[in-house]
Write a protein of this length. Structure first.
Length: 316
C-alpha cells in the first residue's frame, strides 16, 4: 500500500527539523573548537599552530555522519519516488478511463438515436420488424440487432441512406487488425434481406468490444435476451456496451442505457385492433352459423286431438 500525501509531508517536515538541528549542533561544536586562549601576541601577528590544524580537521564530517545522511536521503527519495509513481499511475488510469468512456458514449448516443427513430408500418410487418440475435462468441456478448430507422446515426454525410428510411444492422465483428469492433451495415428497408451479411460493413469503434441487447416483456414483466416476434417492435430495449478493464484483474468497463421506442405503442394498438377485428369477424361468422342451424332445425307445432286441452309439441 502506498503512503498517503499526509504521511509524506509529515516525514519531510521531520527530515527538515532533524537537518536544521544537526546543523545547529555542528555549528556550536565548531564555535567551541575554534575558540583560542588569549595570548599576548599582537592580533596582527598570527602563526599556524597545531591547535588550528586540529580545529580545522575536527570541523569535517565523520564517516558515520555521512552514512546516516545517505540513509535518510535514500529513504526520503524512495518515499518521494513511490508517491510520484502512484500519482503517475493514477493519472494514466484516469486518462484511459476517460478515453474508453468517450468512445462508449459516442457509440451509445448513436445507437439510442437510431433506435428512437425506428419506423414501422403494419401493412408490411415483415419489412419493418425488430431483429435480435443473441450471441456470445468470446469474452463479451456479441449480440446483433437490426431495425428500420429514419435517422442519420452511424451514417456518413455523403451516404445515400442519410435522408430516408433504411434498415441498419449493428453487431460486433473483427476488424482489419483482428480485433473486435462495432460493425455497421446499411441497406434499403424493402430490399431482399437474405444476403445482408455479404454487404461491406464499416467499423465505428474498436474500443467497444461487446454489445448486449435485452427486450422487456410487458406480459411477464421481465427482461429477456431473445426476441422472437420479428414482425413487431418492442416497447423497451436495454443496451449494454462492454470495454476492456483498466487492469487485468478488474471488471470490464460497461455503459448501459434503457431506450423506449416511440413507435412501439402504435404497433401495439395496430396489433390489438387487428386482433379485435379478427375476433369480431369470428364471432359474426359463429352467430351466422348458429342462426342457420336454428332455422334448419325448427319444427312445426303439432296439435293432438281428443284431449281436453290442446297441447303443442315441438319436435326437437
Amino acid at each position: 500500500m502506498l503512503p498517503s500525501r499526509r504521511s509524506i509531508l509529515d516525514f519531510g517536515v521531520l527530515i527538515f527539523d532533524w537537518t536544521r538541528t544537526r546543523k545547529t549542533f555542528l555549528s556550536s561544536i565548531r564555535t567551541i573548537r575554534n575558540q583560542k586562549p588569549k595570548t599576548q601576541n599582537s592580533p596582527t601577528h598570527r602563526t599556524r599552530t597545531p591547535q588550528a590544524s586540529e580545529s580545522s580537521s575536527g570541523s569535517a564530517f565523520t564517516l558515520i555522519e555521512i552514512l546516516i545522511a545517505l540513509t535518510i536521503m535514500s529513504l526520503a527519495m524512495s518515499v518521494v519516488i513511490a508517491a510520484f509513481v502512484a500519482t503517475l499511475r493514477g493519472w494514466h488510469r484516469g486518462t484511459d478511463l476517460i478515453d474508453k468512456l468517450h468512445h462508449g458514449d459516442f457509440v451509445m448516443e448513436q445507437l439510442v438515436s437510431a433506435t428512437r427513430s425506428a419506423a414501422f408500418f403494419h401493412n408490411r410487418p415483415d419489412k419493418f420488424g425488430f431483429w435480435l440475435d443473441d450471441q456470445e462468441d468470446g469474452e463479451y456478448p456479441t449480440d446483433e440487432i437490426s431495425f428500420v430507422t429514419s435517422g442519420k446515426s452511424f451514417l456518413p454525410r455523403e451516404s445515400i441512406f442519410a435522408n430516408g428510411m433504411h434498415r441498419i444492422f449493428i453487431g460486433i465483428e473483427d476488424n482489419e487488425d483482428n480485433e473486435p469492433a462495432v460493425a455497421i451495415r446499411v441497406m434499403p428497408h424493402l430490399a431482399n434481406l437474405e444476403n445482408w451479411e455479404d454487404r461491406d460493413g464499416m467499423f465505428v469503434s474498436s474500443t467497444v468490444k461487446g454489445l448486449q441487447c435485452r427486450v422487456y416483456n410487458m406480459q411477464d414483466e421481465e427482461w429477456q435476451e431473445e426476441w422472437e416476434d420479428t414482425n413487431a417492435v418492442p416497447s423497451l430495449v436495454e443496451y449494454t456496451l462492454f470495454m476492456d478493464p483498466l487492469e487485468d484483474d478488474d471488471k470490464p468497463v460497461t455503459i448501459s442505457r434503457v431506450v423506449e421506442i416511440p413507435v412501439s405503442p402504435v404497433v401495439g394498438r395496430a396489433v390489438q385492433f387487428q386482433q379485435e377485428d379478427a375476433e369480431s369477424d369470428e364471432a359474426a361468422q359463429e352467430a351466422a352459423r348458429n342462426e342457420g342451424l336454428g332455422e334448419a332445425g325448427a319444427a312445426e307445432p303439432t296439435v293432438v286431438e281428443g284431449a281436453e286441452t290442446e297441447a303443442t309439441i315441438q319436435r326437437p
